[in-house]
Design a protein around this ligand. Structure first.
Ligand code: PLP
Length: 408
């Protein structure tokens, strides 16, 4: 149990450096998070002592690598409260998980005239794969709108009328990476289930920030990326309900996913191995296991409280300033604050902040259609994690003061 949040910063070597002569304030956690020592050491230990391919050799190192890789899968079950390890597929990340579902489940279940329901606040990762599916099948995309104004809340009253039609799947983001909106995914999935619609939850911004329970959410699929929760890049998880995975065709073909191969045809393993063709990201999965352990030791309930506290401080500090327009919900927002400084392009905001050691992100944050709807081209975004402090928020507010002075 961690006593204080400042102490935790010692676990993250990358946080302790000067950037352009200033102590780094890393506020780009919605893009990726920093890695704690335990994850770095786990990766190094694996490569130093246990490196081998999995599920193949029967020599000692291969046994160790296989055991560690499969232990990561069992740990993932506990991290999101799935039922069994066959429901956990290791992917490259959120994007690949969604593409897998769109290609495999989508191509075998979606026909011309069917509809895929999305929300208007999806990341491009949860939009473009469905556009590709729609092009290939003749299906149509429909959208649950966001309400007017800058808050960016889902217009949930519209859901039931949209679910009445030929909707086959409803894919929704849990926490918006550009606005910090937290969507009521349990409720949305329940409505969808009653209408016989399959659901997918994009948990890229939630899995590492709050306790996540796929059975309580009641979704059919859920995806997230390791790198956004202190794990390595190149590894992620697709959770799928057993009954659905077992009737889905393979996504990619190759080694390790087959029972037997003939020149003409092959028989495939069942889930999860059916969906993990070729040598997987073994070290990534093992590093992800370390990240899961680390986060649960810190406590995701406490992380969530801390995220919300920092976001509320930043929101307050910014919205009271003249010439700043803040986006996202007024209350109950996740650790993401998007804003515009009047008369200053977001790239200039980010550049000035960087000169002072404050790492922000500027742009449309992979949610271009949402920004068109809000009537803006781009915003600057500060996104927090548990190793950020109230001093980091102060530094953010200071640097925005400087931006305003500089460009006035
Ligand atoms: C980052 C992000 C993605 C994409 O994740 P990758 O790791 O790039 O595959 C998808 N959705 C949301 C909400 C995200 O924040």
């Amino acid at each position: 149990m961690v006593e204080n949040w400042n102490e935790i910063r010692h676990d993250f070597p990358a946080l302790h450096q000067l950037v352009h002569g200033h102590p780094l304030v890393y506020l780009d956690n919605a893009a990726t998070t920093q890695k704690p020592n335990i994850v770095l050491e786990t990766l190094l230990h694996y490569y130093r002592h246990d490196n081998a391919n999995v599920h193949r050799g029967i020599h000692e190192l291969s046994n160790r690598a296989t055991t560690a890789y499969e232990a990561a899968r069992v740990r993932a079950v506990r991290f999101i409260h799935a039922r069994e390890s066959s429901e956990i597929i290791f992917t490259r990340g959120t994007t690949e998980g969604i593409n897998l579902v769109a290609a495999s489940w989508g191509m075998s279940h979606v026909k011309k005239g069917d509809e895929i329901l999305l929300t208007e606040m999806e990341h491009h990762s949860n939009l473009v794969p469905w556009q590709l599916l729609a092009e290939r099948t003749g299906a149509k995309l429909v959208f649950l709108p966001v309400t007017g104004g800058d808050e960016g809340l889902l217009d949930v009253d519209r859901l039931d009328s949209l679910l009445f039609r030929r909707v086959k799947l409803f894919a929704m983001v849990h926490i918006s990476n550009s606005l910090g909106t937290v969507n009521p995914v349990s409720w949305l999935c329940e409505r969808a289930r009653k209408a016989g619609v399959v659901t997918l939850v994009d948990a890229a911004q939630s899995a590492g920030h709050l306790p996540l329970d796929v059975q309580q959410i009641g979704c059919d699929f859920l995806v997230f990326s390791g790198h956004k929760l202190c794990g390595p890049t190149g590894i992620g998880v697709l959770y799928g309900r057993q009954e659905l995975l077992n009737e889905m065709p393979p996504y990619q073909g190759g080694g390790d996913m087959i029972l037997s191969v003939d020149y003409a045809a092959s028989r495939y393993k069942s889930a999860p191995h059916r969906f993990e063709a070729g040598t997987p990201d073994i070290s990534g999965a093992i590093g992800l296991h370390a990240a899961f352990d680390y986060l649960d030791e810190v406590g995701r309930d406490r992380i969530w409280e801390h995220d919300q506290l920092l976001a509320a401080c930043a929101h307050h500090g910014l919205k009271d300033k003249k010439g700043i327009r803040v986006f996202g919900p007024h209350a109950g927002r996740a650790g993401v604050v998007s804003f515009m400084v009047e008369g200053v392009h977001s790239h200039d905001v980010v550049t000035v902040a960087d000169q002072k050691g404050v790492a922000l992100r500027g742009g449309h944050h992979c949610t271009q259609p949402l920004f068109h709807k809000l009537g803006v081209e781009s915003t600057a975004r500060a996104s927090f994690y548990f190793y950020n402090t109230e001093e980091d928020v102060d530094r953010l507010i200071e640097v925005i003061d400087e931006v305003q002075r500089f460009f006035s």
